[in-house]
Design a protein around this ligand. Structure first.
Ligand SMILES: Cc1cc2nc3c(=O)[nH]c(=O)nc-3n(C[C@H](O)[C@H](O)[C@H](O)COP(=O)(O)O)c2cc1C
Length: 210
């Protein structure tokens, strides 16, 4: 395809489709903060999160390294929205003042259930089928107003219905993350293919999409 077939655009965001997560962290007084986020990548057991520097999640993780990362099913998107315009930070930063309000009880607002963690202090979100407990290993200030957080995943929890019985493999036919694409929430669409190295290739009823 030649570049002449494309037009130049200036989108306000570059959220091309990343998983939605609910990150729980520990406030200075021992209470829990919870934040929706989607800037995420992982390699091996490490994950890297992109966090706005003025948020409570960023502040907590520079002081107290334990966190949980919880992946909601798309049907829970309205719960995510219920805390989308809140911050645990007080005062609310000037950059956020027009839209965000301070909320101390994010879990109450979210309408989902805290579930005790085993290796870190902040709780998990019970209704999320996939949950990580993790520990920050390094934080790095970005060139913009954000913080890069590198965290080691210490333990992964999965609801039995998304696990291939008797294995450590998440069944991609049963698991569905919420995908954040240009500020819209999606589930997964049709499967288009898989890697030969997939742990679960034998399970798939895949037939190539033309
Ligand atoms: C779907 C969704 C994805 C978001 N992704 C991020 C993100 O990746 N990083 C980030 O810092 N904020 C992200 N935000 C915005 C934060 O949730 C928001 O800044 C919030 O106020 C942070 O809360 P806190 O200050 O209590 O940490 C996202 C919000 C939504 C609704």
């Amino acid at each position: 395809m030649s570049t002449a077939s494309h037009i130049e655009i200036k989108p306000s965001v570059l959220y091309v489709g990343t998983p939605v997560m609910l990150i729980s962290t520990e406030n200075a007084d021992g209470s829990t903060n919870l934040s929706p986020a989607s800037s995420y990548w992982s390699l091996g057991q490490m994950l890297v999160l992109g966090l706005l520097a003025d948020g409570q999640t960023a502040a907590n993780l520079t002081q107290r390294p334990g966190l949980t990362v919880n992946f909601p099913h798309p049907k829970l998107w309205q719960h995510v929205e219920a805390i989308a315009d809140t911050t645990g930070a007080t005062p609310v930063s000037a950059a956020k003042a027009a839209r965000y309000v301070h909320e101390k009880d994010k879990f109450g607002c979210l309408g989902l259930t805290p579930q005790a963690s085993e290796l870190v202090t902040p709780p998990r979100v019970q209704e999320c089928a996939l949950q990580f407990e993790a520990m920050v290993r390094r934080t790095t200030s970005g060139v913009g107003d954000y913080l890069m957080v590198e965290a080691e995943v210490l333990r992964v929890y999965a609801s039995p219905e998304i696990v291939v019985p008797g294995t450590n493999h998440v069944n991609p036919q049963a698991w569905e993350p919420t995908i954040y694409s240009f500020r819209h929430y999606f589930g997964l669409g049709t499967e288009h293919g898989f890697r030969p190295t997939s742990d679960t290739a034998a399970l798939t009823a895949f037939s190539p999409v033309p």
